[in-house]
Design a protein. Structure first.
Length: 722
């Protein structure tokens, strides 16, 4: 006892004495090295235990240990099977075990729920009838719709797993199925594996319903396709400014592919020097989660863009900021058209102001230009005659400047005839070849049959001369000046070239130089009146505005292409005439004007100087003038001298009663009365009223004495003019 229980003697001895045990043999029972119990032999009398007894007891203990080990192992197996059964039954995947006759011998709860059948009904169900299919639900054979039938696909997968060398299969089944009498679409991932159970071959089939995942992927793919279809540039950048997504629209706009930009920064690729708006956008999107504004960007080839940019903060599922989604719309052309429209509106406003100024200035110049001829006749020495000629030249120059201002401001029209621009170009070529520096090489390119235009030859010549002078000044070191004449037909999107472009046939005059070019920041200002980059005294700033005014007054427009350091091309588009026949217009020859024969002429003008000069001119040339300061006084004078008055010269704009109203009343009083209307440039809108009232001739201020006398004689004695 002391040997077997050693240190437990103090504890065991009292118990044994109570049991009246004098002799005890105790052997441990061990399973896998662990004591699970003891085998004890006891006797009420003290006796000697023989060694053979000890040996036999130990053998018996070992035998019992073997039995206990088997019981424990069997219990562990039962527990493991129970746990596996629970796992199998409660697994979310649909699982079925098939025998070699393709019958289900075991199915989990997910399979029963998916098929809508009680678990007991699934047992012994064959693979070909596992799912309800309208084509093969009645027969356990392939329905003939293979490979689209889901039941047939399952049947083949199980059969091939049993028979093929490969002991597993994986197929995807997508089919409309019947469930609880309703048809619906399902996508299943079918996995089969051949296994051995108690020496018998079995196939374990697992079905995973991936419908939601597949539909989500399809939706993502569709959304990605939409992102690529849209013309907007869409990209995603992280908070280190590195690009993580780049759609097809971005590739089309900027020129880089998605592979080329991924991982690179937008600052490196898209931002031109000096652009600060991006920093403001970045701060705003962090604070407000979104930002909308305009940003200047550049393309792969260096072209600058203006984009309407929309920034949206992208967050993680936890709400933490993740990246920034940027959607950019190219509005470069829109901004250019807006700038042109604003410039046009600005010019129209200036034109309105210029018209008023021109009216006043012409009233000042008119008496000067009418008087200089008589001053020359009265001059008694050469010195006086020289001063008078200087006065005439200066007044004529002032009148030309006013006409030039009104040409670009309001498109004042001169005499319009059919003409061939090629003849005007050839004339300009002769002039500039003789006057321009020899360092400037001149080339003329005229297309065959460019067509005719209806226009003022003098004004179109002025367009050519202004553009050629600008080209000369842009090439101080010499270069190439090229004048081209082409024809063009604008249709559809081509009319977006300029706000005033229309679908029509055009004759195009191009003047190109290889000079310094026009900086982009000045491009919107070059047509502004009095704007010039030339030194003081070298330019009035009216050259290009005049070009624009003449082109638009002819129904055309001007387009400019320029690159600093490379040169500039001005494209002047003039509507082509319906016929190519050139009008022969030789202008008026110097006419000899006979004197009047005391005809009575009523002169009506609110400007005293004009009345006085007209009075002197008419008196010296054989007429009897009567004077009136406005329309009301003219009616009074006319009533008193109605039979004698043969001609009325009336200003267009007067206080109390204007020219058209006066002419209308005078014609009612004396039908057939001859009338001349005098107008200041810029009053073209009222001229039609005067003509409708019966005005025979319209004279534009300032005019010379010869022009006034010619108009008078043409009305009073047309056969005597020659």
């Amino acid at each position: 006892l002391e040997t077997e229980v050693s240190g437990r003697r103090e504890y065991a001895a009292p118990i044994l004495r109570q049991l009246r045990v004098e002799t005890c043999l105790c052997v441990p029972i061990k399973v896998d090295g662990k004591v699970i119990g003891t085998l004890s032999l006891s006797h009420p009398e003290r006796t000697v235990v023989e060694p053979r007894v000890v040996t036999q007891v130990i053998s018996l203990a070992n035998y019992l240990a073997t039995l206990f080990g088997r019981l424990l192992a069997r219990d562990a197996v039962r527990r493991g099977e129970a746990e596996l059964a629970v796992v199998y039954d409660r697994a979310p995947s649909i699982m079925c075990l098939f025998d070699e006759q393709l019958r289900i011998v075991r199915a989990n709860r997910a399979a029963a729920e998916f098929t809508g059948r009680p678990p007991a009904e699934l047992l012994t169900l064959r693979a070909g009838k596992f799912l309800e299919c309208p084509n093969c639900a009645e027969a356990d054979v392939e329905c003939g719709t293979s490979p689209h039938c889901s039941n047939c696909s399952l049947r083949r997968a199980v059969t091939e797993t049993f028979t093929s060398a490969r002991n597993w299969q994986r197929v995807r089944v997508e089919k409309k199925l019947l469930r609880h009498g309703q048809e619906y679409e399902v996508v299943l991932l079918v996995s089969t594996e051949r296994i051995q159970v108690d020496g018998m071959a079995r196939v374990l089939m697992s079905l995973e319903d991936i419908t939601a995942s597949v539909r989500a992927n399809e939706q993502i793919a569709a959304q990605a396709a939409l992102l690529d279809v849209t013309r907007d540039a869409i990209y995603v950048r992280d908070f280190s400014d590195r690009i993580t997504y780049w759609n097809e629209g971005a590739q089309q706009l900027y020129g880089w592919t998605a592979a080329e930009v991924r991982g690179r920064t937008t600052s490196e690729l898209l931002l031109p020097a000096g652009e600060t708006q991006v920093g403001e956008a970045f701060q705003a999107v962090q604070q407000k989660s979104e930002w909308i504004g305009e940003i200047r960007q550049k393309t792969r080839d260096g072209r600058e863009l203006i984009v309407q940019s929309r920034w949206t903060l992208v967050r993680e599922a936890t709400g933490a900021p993740k990246a920034i989604l940027v959607v950019n719309t190219d509005i470069t052309e829109k901004k250019q058209l807006e700038a042109r429209l604003l410039r046009t509106q600005r010019l129209e406003s200036i034109g309105t102001l210029a018209s008023g100024l021109a009216h006043d200035l012409n009233n000042v110049l008119a008496p000067i230009m009418m008087a200089v001829n008589f001053l020359k006749e009265d001059a008694r020495d050469e010195n006086t005659r020289t001063w008078v000629e200087t006065l005439e030249t200066c007044s004529q120059r002032g009148a030309n400047i006013i006409r030039q201002v009104l040409t670009f401001a309001r498109g004042v029209e001169g005499t319009r005839v059919l003409l061939q621009p090629k003849h005007l170009i050839q004339e300009i070529e002769r002039i500039i070849s003789e006057t321009f520096p020899r360092s400037i090489r001149i080339e003329i390119h005229l297309c065959k049959q460019p067509g005719a235009v209806t226009g003022d030859a003098t004004q179109i010549q002025q367009v050519l001369m202004n553009l050629c002078v600008n080209a000369r000044d842009a090439m101080p070191q010499g270069g190439l000046l090229k004048i081209q004449l082409d024809k063009a037909e604008l249709q559809g999107d081509q009319t977006r070239l300029h706000p005033k472009a229309k679908a029509a046939n055009y004759v195009v005059i191009r003047v190109t130089d290889t000079g310094v070019g026009i900086p982009p920041e000045l491009m919107d200002k070059i047509f502004d009146p009095f704007f010039t980059t030339k030194p003081l005294g070298h330019g009035t700033g009216l050259g290009l505005p005049t070009v624009l005014g003449i082109a638009e007054s002819h129904g055309g427009f001007v387009h400019v292409d320029s690159e600093p350091g490379q040169g500039t091309t001005f494209h002047v588009y003039l509507p082509a005439a319906a016929t190519d026949q050139e009008s022969e217009f030789n202008g008026l020859t110097q006419l000899k004007l006979p004197k009047g024969h005391n005809e009575v002429v009523l002169v009506v003008d609110d400007e005293p100087a004009i009345r006085q000069i007209a009075n002197v001119i008419l008196q010296r040339n054989g007429y009897q003038p009567l004077l009136a300061v406005d329309g009301q006084e003219a009616l009074t004078v006319f009533r008193a001298n109605q039979d004698a008055i043969q001609l009325v010269i009336s200003d267009l704009m007067m206080p109390r009663l204007d020219g058209p109203a006066l002419i209308q009343q005078l014609r009612q009083m004396k039908p057939g009365l001859k009338t001349i209307t005098v107008t200041g440039l810029g009053e073209e809108g009222r001229i039609s009223e005067a003509k409708a009232a019966g005005s025979d001739v319209v004279l534009s201020k300032p005019f010379t004495a010869e022009e006034l006398l010619f108009a008078v004689r043409q009305l009073l004695a047309p056969n005597s003019v020659g």
